[in-house]
Design a protein around this ligand. Structure first.
Ligand code: FES
Length: 70
């Protein structure tokens, strides 16, 4: 599913980057902007940020982590 139409970022991209960030920076806050930066992208219109935040939160929760600022 396309989450960010401006940057063609999918839910799969987001989940993969969250997993990478959890390995590389296990104590850092993972926000949509952090994820986009890791993908070499940046927010443009911002319309996707609420959905991206929810995907990050749900992905972290599925791993038993409740520390996202998303
Ligand atoms: S839809 Fe993601 S920045 Fe526009």
């Amino acid at each position: 599913m396309i989450v960010c139409h401006c940057n063609t970022i999918t839910d799969r991209h987001i989940r993969e980057v969250v997993d990478e960030l959890l390995t590389e920076m296990p104590t850092s806050m993972i926000t949509p902007l952090v994820v986009y930066q890791a993908l070499g992208k940046r927010s443009r219109c911002g319309g996707c940020l609420p959905l991206a935040a929810r995907l990050i939160r749900d992905h972290l929760a599925a791993r038993g982590i409740k520390r996202s600022a998303a």
